[in-house]
Write a protein that binds this ligand. Structure first.
Ligand code: HEM
Length: 447
């Protein structure tokens, strides 16, 4: 019929158009791809964000890697990441179908790992507005309470050298469980121990098969774990597996390790540059006198804000965000990107781009102060567009209040001589963490 031949005609035109564009589009640069293996070896290197960043210095802000039948495009420039995630958000809002994603989400229902669909959009919208409701009502006081709990824990250490990572994890997960269930857990409680065991399992499972999750290397699949992790995580909290509980899994995965890792990085960097700690402390004393800070004080505390931005820049705790998938044929920086290509926003690379940042590898919070030359516009620690971190506003309030409380009440000191200063290279999985280190926490005079 006439309408059928019209449809065939327009499909043909469309294909010719695509072919034409593809032949005009330059081919993406990238390292030599080996027979069978492709570029798999590039993806199994230690500290992947660092390695992908060094490849960007050779091949540019956009390059491709081959992995099985899948093409992976790595973006290491803020401008290109913005083009893909923000400007062309619907073209790149997909997630690769992953085995790990199915385990964590019980079949694609997770926000972070679920693919882009109408159901996913509704789910994300509802969660977002529920979070906003909780946040405006109680987030500030929930975080303040956890900051005061943390204060007591640190006082109890009596200046003995300690590794604070677990205490930071407890504080961060309590913010989320209080918001969603109205419950907080003690560090020694068996529920919390089990919860953190499950979270670790999920994150390491996710990390170990981070790239193989692209379904090209099924050998790495751990058949024993299928479908049970989410359920056991909730059981560990003594919660049933309903709608609200599924959401909390997403928030706990997204919001616990990230926030805790960020706090550890802050302490680690401050040990290396104690004068920054002094500056932030004297700013807190001058501006607040003896009272505790409110989130609304942040504009009056530029040194503290600069410290937060600089740690987010140097160690974006989700260094490669979460892989995206092209939902249709599109383009980035003039290169043709076919449907189903995997796109990795290399946030770590963008934050170390020498074209944007002077001395990109140095810890210099002062770059964000007036006259320091840096702008927070080039920072993308939370990604952007349709997949922007769902907890961005929660995280920002947590980072500010936890850091302000900690630095107002305590001085962080190295646990020994220079050799004991934390190693700043980091261990990169889904979350970029600092290697374990000990610190002495000394109360300030009026604490
Ligand atoms: C996703 C960063 C804290 C919940 C993400 C992404 C990044 C990120 C880069 C991936 C964006 C993308 O796919 O392009 C961070 C950082 C944090 C933080 C740096 C703290 C320092 C939190 C918190 C929560 C949270 C506190 C929850 C309360 C989520 C969720 C997603 C996500 C649910 C998945 C969003 C989606 O796929 O649509 N985060 N995050 N995050 N984050 Fe965060």
């Amino acid at each position: 019929s006439c309408s059928q031949s019209k449809a065939v005609g327009s499909t043909l035109l469309c294909s010719i158009n695509q072919l034409f564009h593809r032949s005009l589009s330059p081919s993406l640069p990238g390292p030599l791809s080996l027979p069978l293996l492709g570029n798999m070896l590039e993806l199994t290197r230690d500290h992947l964000p660092n390695h992908l960043t060094s490849l960007a210095r050779r091949y540019g802000g956009i390059y491709r890697l081959h992995c099985g039948n899948t093409t992976i495009v790595v973006l290491s420039s803020a401008e290109m990441i913005r083009e893909a995630l923000v400007k062309k958000w619907s073209d790149f809002a997909g997630r690769p179908h992953s085995y790990t994603g199915d385990i964590v989400s019980g079949g694609g229902q997770s926000i972070s790992l679920g693919d882009y669909s109408d159901t996913w959009r509704t789910h994300r919208r509802l969660t977002h507005s529920a979070l906003q409701r909780c946040s405006t009502q109680s987030l500030h006081s929930v975080i303040q309470k956890q900051a005061l709990n943390l204060r007591q824990v640190l006082l109890d250490y009596n200046e003995t050298p300690v590794d604070l990572s677990e205490d930071f994890t407890v504080a961060a997960s309590n913010v989320i469980t209080t918001l969603v269930f109205g419950k907080e857990y003690d560090k020694s409680s068996p529920e919390l121990q089990r919860l953190h065991g499950c979270l670790n399992e999920i994150v390491s499972l996710w990390g170990s098969s981070w790239i193989s999750a692209l379904d090209s290397f099924p050998l790495l699949r751990d058949e024993g774990t299928g479908g049970t992790v989410t359920a056991s995580l909730l059981q560990s909290l003594g919660q049933p597996l309903g709608e609200k509980e599924r959401v909390v899994v997403d928030l706990l995965i997204g919001g616990t390790e990230t926030t805790a890792a960020w706090l550890c990085w802050t302490v680690a960097f401050l040990l290396h540059r104690p004068e920054v700690q002094c500056r932030v402390y004297s700013e807190l004393c001058t501006v607040l006198d003896t009272r505790y800070p409110q989130y609304s004080d942040r504009l009056k505390l530029p040194c503290l804000s600069a410290l937060i931005s600089e740690v987010l820049r140097l160690r974006p705790v989700a260094p490669l965000a979460v892989p995206h998938r092209a939902t249709r044929d599109s383009s980035i920086a003039g290169y043709c990107i076919p449907k189903d290509t995997i796109v990795i926003p290399n946030l770590y690379g963008a934050h170390h781009d020498p074209a944007i940042w002077t001395e990109p590898y140095d810890f210099k919070p002062e770059r964000f102060l007036d006259g320091g030359g840096a702008s927070t516009r080039a920072l993308l620690p939370f990604g952007g567009g349709a997949r922007l971190c769902l907890g961005e506003s929660i995280a920002k309030m947590e980072l500010f209040l936890f850091t302000a409380y900690l630095l107002r009440d305590f001085e962080f000191l190295p646990s020994g001589n220079r050799e004991t200063l934390p190693d700043l290279t980091g261990v990169a999985s889904v979350v970029l963490k600092v290697k374990p280190f000990q610190v002495i926490v000394r109360p300030r005079p009026f604490t």
